[in-house]
Design a protein around this ligand. Structure first.
Ligand SMILES: *Cc1c(COP(=O)(O)O)cnc(C)c1O
Length: 375
């Protein structure tokens, strides 16, 4: 199989988003560069204020990646050696890596067959006296049922962390993701629905003291110059990235609406084909970071689409418990059958805001062509 250099339907189009914003952004970048206010400056404060108001939470703390947001959240909650943190086996590596980074033990559970999201009944069953927190992941852009997750956390006295990296703008029962748990962790890496021009992350929360602790942790544990109160991190959101994010934030709902429109077009176009889809937006809660389809012929379909100049990919081919880095946890193959089946049978079709409707049609027609020729 040879992959084309330029796809007829690429997977993403990062630069297209800047087409909507660049007229005002470039002069602002110039002023920032000439002004010298690069770290913990007014551009960061402005983005933190704007994003907090978008999420309807009192506090946002910018950090330099989504992974750091998770690590700092766990650290600020006092979670470390001897503690257990429960999360789902099908998510991006960083969710569980953060747990290990603070010295705690990741406990995996399976996901639900229809939504691909964490199974809260299994979370409840996995709780031990060592359990300190649960990280729910709003995977592929779909919100976890947050009232149910919050109820579970409250009943068991656990901290509730939301991994919001893939779901900016999604809601659970009318509440924005990242506004219900104790803390929401955000990534603005280039592939996410709200993207910086590089790495960036943030935390969203309601508790002011918790926010102060996070501000201390991201900045060498120093409340003032040359005074270091705790052993911390260097993880600040750069002014330059904050500026990019402030300029893009007003567009994110419109970009998400386009994603949802493309997803609806996919759902119609694929309706009569032998594929299954992640359940839709039960409560208006899906912003389609990725559009997943499921088929037993996954690998053959990915090759076929690639051969037809469509950049389909697999996210994620290995559930976390079977990744080499987590083999030390000794979860046997077969213990999370749904996550394992999704890892073998799902693929992502291209979906990004600036995609044209005839590109979506072309993908649907190509998937149909594949199944017409499949014995
Ligand atoms: C992208 C992502 C992260 C990590 O974010 P980075 O900014 O790349 O560190 C964490 N969790 C999930 C679910 C992600 O998709």
């Amino acid at each position: 199989m040879t992959t084309p250099a330029v796809y007829r339907v690429p997977r993403y189009d990062y630069p297209a988003q800047f087409g909507d914003v660049d007229a005002r952004l470039l002069p602002d970048i110039r002023s920032l560069l000439l002004g010298g206010d690069y770290v913990l400056g007014s551009a960061l404060t402005a983005f933190e204020r704007d994003f907090a108001s978008y999420l309807e939470v009192p506090h946002v703390v910018g950090v330099n990646s989504g992974t750091d947001a998770l690590v700092l959240a766990l650290d600020a909650l006092g979670i470390g050696a001897g503690d257990e943190v429960i999360t789902v086996a099908n998510t991006f590596h960083a969710t569980a890596l953060a747990i290990v980074r603070v010295g705690a033990k990741p406990i995996f559970v399976d996901c639900l067959l229809d939504s691909y999201l964490i199974d809260l009944e299994q979370v409840e069953a996995a709780i031990t006296p060592q359990t300190k927190a649960v990280i729910v992941v709003h995977l592929f852009g779909q919100a976890v049922d947050m009232p149910a997750a919050a109820d579970l956390a409250r009943r068991h006295g656990l901290a509730l962390i939301e991994d919001c990296a893939q779901a900016v703008g999604a809601c659970s029962h009318d509440s924005p993701v990242g506004s219900v748990g104790d803390v929401g962790c955000w990534s603005f890496a280039p592939s996410k629905n709200l993207a910086a021009a590089g790495d960036a992350g943030a935390l969203s929360l309601r508790d002011g003291e918790f926010a102060d602790r996070l501000r201390l942790l991201r900045h060498f544990g120093q409340p003032s110059q040359n005074q270091h109160d705790v052993l911390a991190y260097n993880s600040r959101l750069d002014s330059l990235q904050a500026l990019v994010l402030s300029h893009k934030l007003p567009f994110v709902d419109e970009w998400n609406r386009r994603r949802v429109a493309h997803a609806e077009q996919y759902r119609l176009g694929l309706a009569n084909l032998p594929v299954t889809l992640q359940s839709g937006a039960a409560q208006g809660g899906h912003v389609y970071h990725l559009f997943q389809i499921r088929t037993e012929h996954r690998d053959a379909l990915v090759s076929f689409l690639q051969g037809q100049s469509i950049d389909a990919v697999v996210r994620y081919p290995n559930p976390l418990h079977l990744q080499r880095a987590f083999l030390y946890r000794a979860y046997p193959r077969g213990c999370f059958p749904i996550a394992e089946a999704l890892a073998e049978e799902t693929l992502c079709l291209p979906l990004y805001p600036s995609m044209a409707p005839d590109q979506v049609d072309f993908v649907c027609d190509t998937v149909a062509k594949f199944f017409a020729g499949t014995p």
